[in-house]
Design a protein around this ligand. Sequence first.
Ligand code: NAP
Length: 262
Amino acid sequence: MYSNTSKKPVIAVVGAGPGIGEAVARRFAVEGFVVALLARTEETLKVMADGMNSDIGEDTAHYYITDLRVESTVLSSFQRIRADLGPVEVLVYNAGARRVNGRSILDTTTDEFENFTKINLFGAFWSSKCVLPDMLAAGKGTILFTSATGALRGMPGLASFSSGKFGLRSLCQVLTREYQSKGIHSVNIIVDGPVDGKLIGGVSRRKWQRAGDDEKLKDPESYLLQPTDLAHTYWFLHTQPRSTWTQELDVRAMKETLFTKL
Ligand SMILES: NC(=O)c1ccc[n+]([C@@H]2O[C@H](COP(=O)([O-])OP(=O)(O)OC[C@H]3O[C@@H](n4cnc5c(N)ncnc54)[C@H](OP(=O)(O)O)[C@@H]3O)[C@@H](O)[C@H]2O)c1
């Protein structure tokens, strides 16, 4: 069991990996939040939590092993977070699942469609249900969904991804219509382009190297969204004055084209 004796506000980062998830967690931790990190892989979670506790302060970050495809593990993680740290003030739903190389609908298995949709959509529904009662009791709360271009465009090959992200966008609009007037600020963040995290950042750099594309290799920030820069956006959205709340926001790197690819 962890503790939050200094009664810091609590952020839950659901789908916490070394890219956007960790960057957002670190940004909120630097601003005085205690962080609950949720994902499946204990080793990665531990490295992230240890890093934050050593860089930002003891007891800043805690982790909860969770499989977002299974409602009972989501519920039990949020029950433990509440008991350990207190009510969640900010929920970031960051998990997503997609194929790097697409597959047609006829070649997509029910298993993949179901599993990906659980990660892209159901996990956000269950997580929101877990945090809303405390947020409503407090009369405030922020819910930030990490979305993607696939929420706006159904691209061939990505049925098992886009369907969930479209649903997530709709869930966010419903959240806003049902709860915004009660103090809950929900935002769907369309990440319109590749993120410079371990996987996609590495794939992009290898592609540029193979193509001898020195311009991109020298200036990745113009082509790839930087997780720490995105984290500023999440913080900005959380701290918006209540007279000017954003419901959906899209972001891309300078040389990324507008909503044209996934
Ligand atoms: N990376 C990109 O280029 C890009 C572009 C546009 C949009 N996005 C969106 O950004 C979000 C991800 O950000 P990121 O790519 O920077 O990743 P990240 O924050 O580095 O990691 C996300 C984490 O989600 C966790 N996760 C996945 N499935 C899960 C499950 N069933 N249960 C619990 N946790 C789960 C994974 O950890 P475990 O495997 O340990 O569970 C993974 O490390 C997604 O919503 C994605 O659609 C990403």
